[in-house]
Design a protein around this ligand. Structure first.
Ligand code: SAM
Length: 275
Protein backbone atom coordinates (compact mmCIF):
# COMPACT_ATOMS: atom_id res chain seq x y z
CA UNK A 1 0.00 0.00 0.00
CA UNK A 2 1.30 3.45 -0.90
CA UNK A 3 1.64 5.92 1.99
CA UNK A 4 -0.71 8.93 2.00
CA UNK A 5 1.00 11.90 0.40
CA UNK A 6 -0.72 15.22 1.08
CA UNK A 7 -1.23 16.56 -2.47
CA UNK A 8 -0.36 20.13 -1.47
CA UNK A 9 2.79 19.10 0.38
CA UNK A 10 3.86 17.03 -2.64
CA UNK A 11 2.27 19.27 -5.26
CA UNK A 12 5.43 19.27 -7.34
CA UNK A 13 5.10 15.51 -7.86
CA UNK A 14 1.58 15.76 -9.32
CA UNK A 15 0.82 15.37 -13.01
CA UNK A 16 -0.66 18.21 -15.03
CA UNK A 17 -4.26 16.93 -14.72
CA UNK A 18 -4.04 16.53 -10.92
CA UNK A 19 -2.44 19.98 -10.52
CA UNK A 20 -5.13 21.50 -12.76
CA UNK A 21 -7.82 19.89 -10.56
CA UNK A 22 -6.26 21.58 -7.50
CA UNK A 23 -6.08 24.95 -9.31
CA UNK A 24 -9.81 24.69 -10.06
CA UNK A 25 -10.59 23.72 -6.48
CA UNK A 26 -8.55 26.61 -4.98
CA UNK A 27 -10.21 29.10 -7.30
CA UNK A 28 -13.76 27.83 -6.73
CA UNK A 29 -13.22 27.60 -2.95
CA UNK A 30 -12.08 31.21 -2.69
CA UNK A 31 -15.23 32.39 -4.52
CA UNK A 32 -17.58 30.33 -2.36
CA UNK A 33 -19.48 32.41 0.19
CA UNK A 34 -18.88 29.64 2.72
CA UNK A 35 -15.25 30.65 2.56
CA UNK A 36 -15.25 34.34 1.58
CA UNK A 37 -17.05 35.25 4.81
CA UNK A 38 -14.19 33.67 6.79
CA UNK A 39 -11.50 35.54 4.81
CA UNK A 40 -13.43 38.81 5.14
CA UNK A 41 -13.86 38.26 8.89
CA UNK A 42 -10.13 38.20 9.60
CA UNK A 43 -9.42 40.96 7.03
CA UNK A 44 -11.88 43.13 8.98
CA UNK A 45 -10.09 42.32 12.24
CA UNK A 46 -6.71 43.22 10.71
CA UNK A 47 -7.88 46.77 9.79
CA UNK A 48 -5.19 47.38 7.15
CA UNK A 49 -3.28 50.64 7.61
CA UNK A 50 -2.34 52.54 4.39
CA UNK A 51 0.95 51.21 3.04
CA UNK A 52 0.62 47.85 4.81
CA UNK A 53 3.07 45.24 3.52
CA UNK A 54 1.51 41.77 3.54
CA UNK A 55 2.87 38.41 2.49
CA UNK A 56 0.92 35.20 2.10
CA UNK A 57 3.03 32.08 2.53
CA UNK A 58 1.60 29.09 0.65
CA UNK A 59 -0.54 31.36 -1.54
CA UNK A 60 -1.37 28.70 -4.14
CA UNK A 61 -3.07 30.40 -7.09
CA UNK A 62 -3.29 33.61 -5.05
CA UNK A 63 -7.05 33.27 -4.68
CA UNK A 64 -7.11 34.46 -1.05
CA UNK A 65 -4.45 37.14 -1.47
CA UNK A 66 -6.10 38.51 -4.61
CA UNK A 67 -9.34 38.83 -2.66
CA UNK A 68 -7.52 40.74 0.10
CA UNK A 69 -5.83 43.21 -2.26
CA UNK A 70 -9.16 43.89 -4.03
CA UNK A 71 -10.67 45.18 -0.76
CA UNK A 72 -11.50 48.89 -0.65
CA UNK A 73 -9.58 49.25 2.60
CA UNK A 74 -6.41 47.67 1.23
CA UNK A 75 -3.92 50.29 0.02
CA UNK A 76 -0.66 48.48 0.50
CA UNK A 77 1.64 46.03 -1.23
CA UNK A 78 1.31 42.25 -1.28
CA UNK A 79 3.54 39.29 -2.06
CA UNK A 80 2.46 35.66 -2.43
CA UNK A 81 4.90 32.77 -2.08
CA UNK A 82 4.29 29.13 -2.96
CA UNK A 83 6.50 26.13 -3.65
CA UNK A 84 4.53 25.20 -6.77
CA UNK A 85 5.79 26.80 -9.96
CA UNK A 86 2.48 25.84 -11.62
CA UNK A 87 0.39 27.60 -8.95
CA UNK A 88 2.59 30.70 -9.08
CA UNK A 89 2.25 30.87 -12.88
CA UNK A 90 -1.55 30.54 -12.48
CA UNK A 91 -1.54 33.24 -9.75
CA UNK A 92 0.28 35.69 -12.01
CA UNK A 93 -2.12 34.95 -14.87
CA UNK A 94 -5.24 35.45 -12.72
CA UNK A 95 -3.86 38.70 -11.22
CA UNK A 96 -3.13 40.04 -14.72
CA UNK A 97 -6.66 39.09 -15.91
CA UNK A 98 -8.18 40.89 -12.92
CA UNK A 99 -6.01 43.99 -13.36
CA UNK A 100 -4.43 43.60 -9.90
CA UNK A 101 -0.92 42.64 -11.08
CA UNK A 102 0.41 46.07 -10.02
CA UNK A 103 -0.66 45.56 -6.40
CA UNK A 104 0.42 41.97 -5.86
CA UNK A 105 3.50 40.02 -6.80
CA UNK A 106 4.06 36.25 -6.67
CA UNK A 107 7.18 34.14 -6.38
CA UNK A 108 8.23 30.52 -5.88
CA UNK A 109 9.65 29.64 -2.45
CA UNK A 110 9.58 27.12 0.38
CA UNK A 111 7.74 28.17 3.56
CA UNK A 112 10.41 26.41 5.67
CA UNK A 113 13.22 28.57 4.33
CA UNK A 114 11.95 31.90 3.06
CA UNK A 115 14.51 34.00 1.25
CA UNK A 116 13.24 37.19 2.86
CA UNK A 117 15.12 39.43 5.32
CA UNK A 118 14.03 39.58 8.99
CA UNK A 119 11.26 42.01 9.85
CA UNK A 120 10.15 42.77 6.26
CA UNK A 121 6.35 42.55 6.55
CA UNK A 122 3.57 44.09 8.65
CA UNK A 123 1.32 41.06 8.19
CA UNK A 124 2.29 37.47 7.39
CA UNK A 125 -0.57 35.14 6.45
CA UNK A 126 -0.79 31.35 6.23
CA UNK A 127 -4.21 30.53 4.81
CA UNK A 128 -4.76 26.76 4.85
CA UNK A 129 -1.02 26.18 4.60
CA UNK A 130 -0.05 24.91 8.03
CA UNK A 131 -2.19 21.75 7.74
CA UNK A 132 -0.12 20.71 4.71
CA UNK A 133 3.52 21.49 5.49
CA UNK A 134 6.28 19.10 6.50
CA UNK A 135 7.15 20.98 9.73
CA UNK A 136 4.58 23.50 11.05
CA UNK A 137 6.89 24.82 13.83
CA UNK A 138 9.64 25.69 11.34
CA UNK A 139 7.11 27.47 9.11
CA UNK A 140 5.66 29.43 12.04
CA UNK A 141 9.18 30.43 13.13
CA UNK A 142 9.87 31.69 9.60
CA UNK A 143 6.59 33.63 9.63
CA UNK A 144 7.59 35.25 12.95
CA UNK A 145 11.06 36.05 11.60
CA UNK A 146 9.87 37.91 8.49
CA UNK A 147 7.21 39.89 10.43
CA UNK A 148 8.44 43.23 11.76
CA UNK A 149 8.55 43.59 15.55
CA UNK A 150 4.94 44.35 16.52
CA UNK A 151 3.77 42.98 13.16
CA UNK A 152 1.18 40.25 12.94
CA UNK A 153 0.96 36.63 11.87
CA UNK A 154 -2.40 35.20 10.80
CA UNK A 155 -2.89 31.46 10.70
CA UNK A 156 -6.17 30.30 9.24
CA UNK A 157 -6.88 26.61 8.71
CA UNK A 158 -9.31 23.80 9.14
CA UNK A 159 -9.28 21.51 12.12
CA UNK A 160 -9.55 18.71 9.63
CA UNK A 161 -9.79 16.03 12.27
CA UNK A 162 -13.30 17.46 12.74
CA UNK A 163 -14.28 17.11 9.08
CA UNK A 164 -17.17 14.75 8.47
CA UNK A 165 -19.62 13.72 5.76
CA UNK A 166 -22.82 11.89 6.62
CA UNK A 167 -23.30 8.33 5.44
CA UNK A 168 -26.07 5.97 6.60
CA UNK A 169 -23.51 3.23 7.27
CA UNK A 170 -21.82 5.01 10.18
CA UNK A 171 -18.80 2.73 10.38
CA UNK A 172 -18.12 3.08 6.63
CA UNK A 173 -18.73 6.84 6.84
CA UNK A 174 -16.22 7.16 9.70
CA UNK A 175 -13.63 5.14 7.76
CA UNK A 176 -14.10 7.35 4.68
CA UNK A 177 -13.86 10.54 6.78
CA UNK A 178 -10.57 9.29 8.22
CA UNK A 179 -9.27 8.18 4.80
CA UNK A 180 -10.13 11.52 3.15
CA UNK A 181 -8.37 13.43 5.94
CA UNK A 182 -5.32 11.14 5.89
CA UNK A 183 -5.04 11.42 2.09
CA UNK A 184 -5.40 15.20 2.04
CA UNK A 185 -3.65 16.68 5.11
CA UNK A 186 -0.24 16.16 6.64
CA UNK A 187 -1.26 17.86 9.93
CA UNK A 188 -5.03 17.50 10.46
CA UNK A 189 -4.86 18.33 14.20
CA UNK A 190 -2.31 21.18 14.10
CA UNK A 191 -4.72 24.01 14.97
CA UNK A 192 -5.20 22.47 18.41
CA UNK A 193 -1.45 22.92 19.06
CA UNK A 194 -1.21 26.62 18.22
CA UNK A 195 -1.98 28.09 21.68
CA UNK A 196 1.07 26.24 23.05
CA UNK A 197 3.23 26.46 19.92
CA UNK A 198 2.96 30.16 19.06
CA UNK A 199 4.50 31.62 22.25
CA UNK A 200 7.48 29.26 21.92
CA UNK A 201 8.15 30.71 18.45
CA UNK A 202 8.04 34.40 19.39
CA UNK A 203 4.36 34.94 18.61
CA UNK A 204 2.01 36.40 21.22
CA UNK A 205 -1.60 35.38 20.67
CA UNK A 206 -3.82 38.43 20.14
CA UNK A 207 -7.10 36.77 19.25
CA UNK A 208 -8.44 33.44 18.01
CA UNK A 209 -11.82 32.10 17.04
CA UNK A 210 -13.47 29.15 15.36
CA UNK A 211 -16.20 28.95 12.72
CA UNK A 212 -18.22 25.83 12.10
CA UNK A 213 -18.66 25.43 8.36
CA UNK A 214 -21.72 23.30 7.72
CA UNK A 215 -23.68 22.36 4.63
CA UNK A 216 -27.01 20.71 5.32
CA UNK A 217 -29.53 19.72 2.66
CA UNK A 218 -27.63 21.50 -0.06
CA UNK A 219 -23.90 21.85 -0.52
CA UNK A 220 -21.18 23.26 -2.77
CA UNK A 221 -18.06 23.60 -0.67
CA UNK A 222 -17.87 20.04 0.71
CA UNK A 223 -19.08 18.29 -2.46
CA UNK A 224 -16.30 20.06 -4.37
CA UNK A 225 -13.83 18.98 -1.66
CA UNK A 226 -15.03 15.38 -1.93
CA UNK A 227 -14.83 15.30 -5.74
CA UNK A 228 -11.33 16.85 -5.71
CA UNK A 229 -9.73 14.81 -2.95
CA UNK A 230 -11.48 11.39 -3.02
CA UNK A 231 -9.22 10.27 -5.91
CA UNK A 232 -6.23 10.78 -3.60
CA UNK A 233 -7.76 8.23 -1.16
CA UNK A 234 -7.57 5.62 -3.91
CA UNK A 235 -4.11 6.77 -5.00
CA UNK A 236 -2.83 6.40 -1.41
CA UNK A 237 -4.31 2.91 -1.17
CA UNK A 238 -6.40 3.96 1.85
CA UNK A 239 -9.54 2.50 0.30
CA UNK A 240 -10.47 0.61 -2.86
CA UNK A 241 -11.78 2.46 -5.90
CA UNK A 242 -15.17 0.68 -5.67
CA UNK A 243 -15.70 1.78 -2.06
CA UNK A 244 -14.70 5.37 -2.85
CA UNK A 245 -16.96 5.40 -5.94
CA UNK A 246 -19.87 4.08 -3.83
CA UNK A 247 -19.24 6.74 -1.18
CA UNK A 248 -19.08 9.51 -3.80
CA UNK A 249 -22.26 8.17 -5.45
CA UNK A 250 -23.99 8.38 -2.06
CA UNK A 251 -22.84 12.01 -1.58
CA UNK A 252 -24.08 12.94 -5.09
CA UNK A 253 -27.43 11.25 -4.47
CA UNK A 254 -27.78 13.00 -1.10
CA UNK A 255 -27.17 16.32 -2.84
CA UNK A 256 -29.78 15.54 -5.51
CA UNK A 257 -32.29 14.50 -2.82
CA UNK A 258 -31.59 17.46 -0.51
CA UNK A 259 -30.34 15.22 2.31
CA UNK A 260 -26.65 16.14 2.15
CA UNK A 261 -24.71 16.82 5.39
CA UNK A 262 -21.04 17.74 5.89
CA UNK A 263 -19.14 19.89 8.40
CA UNK A 264 -15.72 21.04 9.59
CA UNK A 265 -14.50 23.64 12.10
CA UNK A 266 -12.11 26.33 10.82
CA UNK A 267 -9.93 28.43 13.13
CA UNK A 268 -8.27 31.83 12.81
CA UNK A 269 -5.32 32.78 15.04
CA UNK A 270 -3.96 36.34 14.99
CA UNK A 271 -0.65 36.74 16.83
CA UNK A 272 1.84 39.55 17.28
CA UNK A 273 5.57 39.22 16.82
CA UNK A 274 7.30 40.25 20.02
CA UNK A 275 8.87 43.73 19.70
C1 SAM B 1 -4.79 24.42 0.38
S1 SAM B 1 -3.64 25.32 -0.54
C2 SAM B 1 -3.99 26.99 -0.05
C3 SAM B 1 -3.65 28.01 -1.09
C4 SAM B 1 -4.01 29.46 -0.74
N1 SAM B 1 -3.49 29.84 0.54
C5 SAM B 1 -5.49 29.69 -0.79
O1 SAM B 1 -6.06 30.04 0.23
O2 SAM B 1 -6.09 29.55 -1.86
C6 SAM B 1 -2.09 25.00 0.26
C7 SAM B 1 -0.91 25.63 -0.46
O3 SAM B 1 0.29 25.46 0.30
C8 SAM B 1 1.35 25.26 -0.61
N2 SAM B 1 2.46 24.67 0.13
C9 SAM B 1 2.47 23.48 0.79
N3 SAM B 1 3.67 23.29 1.37
C10 SAM B 1 4.42 24.39 1.07
C11 SAM B 1 5.76 24.79 1.38
N4 SAM B 1 6.56 24.02 2.11
N5 SAM B 1 6.19 25.98 0.93
C12 SAM B 1 5.38 26.78 0.18
N6 SAM B 1 4.12 26.45 -0.17
C13 SAM B 1 3.65 25.28 0.28
C14 SAM B 1 0.75 24.38 -1.69
O4 SAM B 1 1.50 24.40 -2.87
C15 SAM B 1 -0.63 25.02 -1.83
O5 SAM B 1 -0.63 26.03 -2.77
Amino acid sequence: MMAARDPHRYVNELGDAEAARLVDRLESRAKDSVFTRLIDKYAQALAFAPGTRIVEVGCGTGATLRRLVRRDDFRGVALGIDHSQKFIAAAKGFAAQEGSAGRVDFRVGDAHRLEIPDGTFDIVIAHTLISHVEDPAVVLREMARIARPGGRAVVFDGDYASMTFAHPDHAFGARMDAALVAASFNNPRIMRDLPALMPRLGLTLESAWGDAVTEIGEGRYFPSFAETYAPFVVKAGLSGSDAVAAWLAHQRAALAQGTFFAACVYYTFIAQRAS
